[in-house]
Design a binder for this molecule. Structure first.
Ligand code: ZN
Length: 447
């Protein structure tokens, strides 16, 4: 089985509505999941009572594809689309539960709801999507499903409508609802293609060190008595205070790499599934104490990238989000690039949250230099100093309107007041990477 690797970079986002976590986030300072939610003025539905109660009876059970208003955890009603339904029985009475997608929110908030959360008076006639869905699933041959697993599925922007449908069809219902990792029980966000024998598990138990996963708590307890790892496999390449970074070679630690990918996919929507973790290095960030080194997040990196990618996937686990770790991971990826003497850029597409994190990082790093620098400086010089790719520097400065075209040349305009304003908006830098504590030589293929 494969593992998933992750092209689409993701970041952390935010999570769950309750806690504002992030996605993989990398950072999330100003960005809680909740912030992500569009504010929906007045979307508390007006409950019209003029009737049509008979609709209630006649429309049940609701069809897949039905659009209806659903009470969310904020207590308000939001529009949803029914993605799937299943029969359940409560104390002998059988009824349906519905897996719904809140049309205004990210898919990470899709969930199973009970009938009493739905406002049946708001049911809209089912459009033909139901039929379309059937056609799509019929057309999904095994080959295509495999293809979804194997191909480098890009992010939404680069998927055509048909592939996107396929992706969403195949991954529409979250399979594992929660996972236990170390002292945390974590609510998951997305579907992850665990081997079939785990399909009926709502909860998985992970060894926080080797990342083996199990169906039952007792299995984990038995495992923990035998497992002799107290940190990720691989080399510790950075230590500062209680923070350590481990470099794990996917080829030498294949099972670990695959386990990490399964786990990460629970929090990354478009992470691509690769069967081949051999081609990647995993940088696993840990908080260490006397019980061991506890993973807080990671990023992966191709051993050889034609496109000068210095980061493929990035994730901060939800319990550790909003503490600056995402920013730390991004900064760390650039420190590695500096040591390699190369410029780097994250693999595209960036998730919404990933883009915010990177924009923040680029803004802080570049504007700090512009603020301190006396005299002229070129984009190329900025790139050499920071390992940030020229294109990323250009788009960052352009989006801040700091580049003007004068006399046939692009000129950076660095009015200190403007720089300060942008720096303030970009937020805090999070935890700093102390480059002097990075003990690392760039990866070389062993012959
Ligand atoms: Zn273990």
């Amino acid at each position: 089985m494969g593992s998933i690797e992750t092209p689409p970079l993701t970041e952390n986002g935010t999570s769950a509505p309750t806690s504002a976590g992030g996605n993989s986030n990398v950072e999330q300072e100003s960005h809680s999941a909740i912030d992500e939610m569009p504010s929906l003025p007045g979307n508390t539905v007006s409950m019209e009572t003029d009737g049509l109660k008979e609709r209630r009876g006649s429309s049940l059970p609701l069809e897949v594809g039905t659009r209806v208003m659903c009470r969310w955890r904020d207590g308000k009603y939001h529009p949803v689309k029914v993605i799937e339904r299943r029969k359940v029985s409560y104390s002998g009475v059988s009824d349906y539960e519905y897996y719904v997608h809140y049309t205004e929110f990210n898919r990470r908030l899709d969930e199973w709801v009970k009938l009493d959360q739905l406002d049946l008076d708001s049911v809209e006639a089912v459009v033909d999507e139901k039929v379309e869905d059937k056609v799509t699933s019929l057309k999904m041959t095994r080959h295509q499903k495999r293809k979804i697993d194997e191909t480098h599925v890009e992010g939404h922007e680069e998927l055509d409508a048909a592939s996107l449908r396929e992706h969403e069809e195949f991954t529409k219902v979250k399979n594992i609802a929660t996972m236990e990792l170390g002292k945390y029980e974590i609510e998951t966000w997305y579907f992850s293609p665990f081997p079939p024998e785990y399909n009926d598990c709502l909860k998985l138990y992970f060894c926080e060190f080797c990342l083996n996963f199990m169906k039952r708590k007792e299995q984990l307890q038995r495992h923990m008595r035998k497992c002799d790892l107290k940190h990720p496999p691989g080399d510790e390449i950075y230590r500062s205070g209680t923070l350590s970074m481990f470099e794990v070679d996917g080829k030498r630690n294949k099972v670990y790499g695959q386990n990490l990918c399964y786990l990460a996919k629970l929090f990354l929507d478009h992470k691509t599934l690769y069967y081949d973790v051999d081609l990647f290095l995993f940088y696993v960030l840990c908080e260490c104490d006397d019980r061991g080194c506890h993973m807080v997040g990671y990023f992966s990196k191709e051993k050889h990238s034609e496109e000068s990618y210095n980061l493929a996937c990035i994730l901060t686990l939800p319990p550790y989000q909003r503490k600056g770790y995402g920013k730390f991971l991004i900064a760390f990826s650039y420190e590695l690039s500096k040591k390699e003497g190369k410029v780097g850029t994250p693999e595209r597409p960036l998730s919404d949250l990933g883009l915010v994190s990177y924009r923040g990082y680029w803004t802080r790093v570049l504007l700090d230099i512009l603020k301190k620098h006396k005299g002229n400086i070129s984009i190329k010089e900025l790139s050499d100093m920071t390992a940030i790719k020229v294109e990323d520097i250009l788009t960052t400065l352009q989006s801040l309107e700091l580049i003007q075209y004068r006399k046939g040349q692009h000129v950076i305009c660095a009015d200190p007041k403007v720089l300060d304003r942008h720096l303030k908006a970009a937020g805090r830098g999070g935890l700093d990477v102390d480059a002097s504590k990075l003990i690392w030589t760039p990866y070389k293929e062993q012959s």
